[in-house]
Design a protein around this ligand. Structure first.
Ligand SMILES: *Cc1c(COP(=O)(O)O)cnc(C)c1O
Length: 573
């Protein structure tokens, strides 16, 4: 297809009705497209996937990130090595028929892009716009602005956020989209609201001294904001010197400081001030956010995962046989408890476990025993997730393993600049060697959607040990539930809502809002006295918990329910 001709016809299908514009810095479209780094991008992908299945008119907006995030290799010393993860949008998407420009450092930078069409599992499909500055029209220094996901310094990040927010709005308009609501998935895209202010300014003769020249209440009506970070330090901030240098006189500093903070341009603050509807991603996260941002009305829409994407083949077949229609209406999974025979659940699980064991055999040259329980931990490797919590007291861990043998599998990438995260990967590798005589432990390199699915389906217990209250929601445990795998997790994020002790899985520690010292011993107590004995001594009882995970967690913690809530409470209000 020739550049700039391709998308026009395809877009006709999508521009005849008003749509929701869903903005996200990262988005997991499919495993082969490396435009995501972790849960935020997976959530964005699942959002668009559910919108496609439910035929909710939406358009995704993100960056092309041609240089991707990175591929992870691990050397002999357990050190993470980052390899490029480039992809060619031309292999997957159609060039857009429009290009627009954004102001940057006093010049104009051209933004083109790509139309990726995300197929739903059923009839629907959704357009996703991937913005791209790698155009002949641009100077060499501007071409890579959209190349690296979460790469570069803060100037680079600000430029990316200008392209995403301001460029995104301009591109949607150039393509002919009519947008009824703008949904910001995290604050990265909040500059879009400034662009909307410009479109909804009062005639200058109507503005009295000291009054805002912009129709702020109207712009608020057009915007919704989902925050994902329960820590102030996790929110993007830019110094006004930098903003001045990069964004120039795009908007007055009086207006900016009023909306985005006196000392810094705080992207979350901007999003909060210019969004009518604001939500956290779990009930506890909304409570914590309300304390962090007093005076704002912050709702809670607990995250979910996309049913079909996160269910392994053997469980897809099982649900298709017993609960027809579950993919569209995952609520039907509540019936799993009574309607699916125990033997069928166990058989489907053993198939998924076998596939994981094969993968570990190939990639890690380690042979796991299908008769012995596997505990899994897979997610971004970063300090607050505490992937090494399990190794907090090695002599106790060994004594548990002697009584009740178990195996472990880990996977996850650390951000290239997260040195603590990288040290955690090294520390896991040293434990692999140290404990080899008693606990078989695998680390699968290059965590991605495919490995995630193999792991959440193939382990017997899904482990999560975040430092409270930093796990805003967490979603990998929901994926496990779709595969009948119970969670053993610290009570934070979604698990506060999902955990019914001994019925859907098990908790670690107490339910308080802040960290506690006792998590390590609590984890060992649960393993030693509850989880492992149940696995070995009462297989029926174990399968009951697997069914509890399916019928009480998967039926609820899915992105169809989440999207139906966003539509009713956010997009239409
Ligand atoms: C689901 C998923 C995540 C998120 O995992 P959490 O445990 O919720 O942090 C991260 N990365 C990949 C590849 C995933 O599939």
């Amino acid at each position: 297809m020739k550049p700039f001709e391709g998308s026009t016809k395809l877009l006709d299908e999508f521009i005849h009705e008003e749509r929701i514009a869903y903005f996200s810095m990262e988005i997991a479209l499919t495993n082969e497209i490396p435009t995501y780094s972790g849960g935020l991008g997976i959530l964005a992908g699942d959002t668009v996937r559910s919108a496609a299945d439910l035929e909710i008119p939406l358009v995704g907006v993100s960056l092309a990130s041609r240089a991707g995030y990175f591929h992870q290799e691990i050397d002999d010393l357990g050190r993470q090595m980052e390899q490029p993860a480039t992809w060619d949008p031309a292999d997957w998407a159609v060039p857009l028929s429009a290009k627009i420009a954004v102001p940057l450092e006093g010049r104009l930078v051209w933004v083109g892009g790509w139309l990726y069409i995300l197929p739903g599992h059923m009839n629907g499909r959704q357009p996703v716009i991937l913005l791209d500055t790698d155009l002949d029209d641009n100077q060499d220094e501007d071409r890579p602005i959209t190349h690296y996901l979460y790469g570069g310094d803060e100037t680079y990040r600000l430029k990316q956020e200008i392209v995403l927010g301001i460029g995104g709005i301009r591109m949607l308009q150039a393509l002919g989209f009519e947008i009824r609501q703008h949904h910001m998935n995290e604050g990265h895209s909040a500059l879009l609201a400034l662009e909307l202010l410009h479109r909804h300014a009062y005639p200058s003769e109507d503005v009295r001294p000291g009054e805002s020249p912009f129709n702020i209440p109207y712009v608020r009506e057009l915007c919704s904001f989902t925050t994902h970070t329960p820590l102030q330090a996790g929110h993007d901030q830019f110094s006004y010197d930098l903003v001045q240098r990069v964004l120039g006189d795009y908007i007055s500093f009086d207006t900016l400081k009023q909306l985005a903070g006196e000392s810094h341009l705080n992207m979350s603050q901007l999003a909060l001030n210019l969004s009518e509807y604001i939500n956290g991603v779990a009930k506890r996260h909304a409570e914590v956010s309300r304390k962090m941002y007093p005076g704002y009305r912050i709702h809670a829409v607990t995250n979910g995962v996309h049913p079909f994407t996160w269910t392994s083949n053997s469980f897809v077949e099982l649900y298709d046989a017993y609960l027809e229609g579950w993919c569209h209406e995952p609520e039907l999974l509540v019936r799993a408890e009574c309607c699916i025979p125990d033997e069928s659940i166990w058989k489907a699980h053993c198939q998924a476990k076998q596939k994981l064991i094969e993968k570990i055999g190939t990639d890690c040259r380690l042979t796991l025993d299908p008769e012995v329980p596997i505990l899994g931990f897979g997610r971004r490797m970063t300090a607050y997730k505490r992937p090494d919590l399990l190794f907090g007291d090695l002599s106790r861990l060994e004594s548990i393993a002697r009584q009740w043998p178990f195996q472990l599998v880990f996977s996850g990438k650390a951000h290239p600049r997260d040195n603590e995260g990288k040290k955690l990967i090294q520390s896991i590798h040293s434990h692999i060697r140290q404990l080899a005589h008693i606990i078989p432990i695998a680390f699968l390199p290059d965590y991605d959607m495919e490995i995630a699915l193999k792991m959440v389906a193939g382990v017997d217990v899904w482990l999560n040990t975040p430092l409270r209250p930093q796990e805003a929601s967490g979603t990998s445990g929901m994926k496990a539930a779709f595969n009948g795998v119970p969670n053993l997790s610290v009570l934070d994020g979604w698990w506060i809502e999902g955990c019914i002790e001994g019925i859907t899985g098990w908790s670690i520690g107490d339910n308080s809002e802040s960290a506690s010292e006792g998590d390590v011993q609590s984890l060992y107590d649960k393993l030693e006295n509850t989880v492992l004995p149940l696995y070995y001594r009462d297989r029926r009882g174990w399968i009951q918990v697997m069914k509890g995970a399916i019928s009480k967690n998967a039926s609820f913690f899915n992105s169809h329910r989440m999207m139906r809530r966003y539509v009713c409470e956010t997009y239409i209000r």
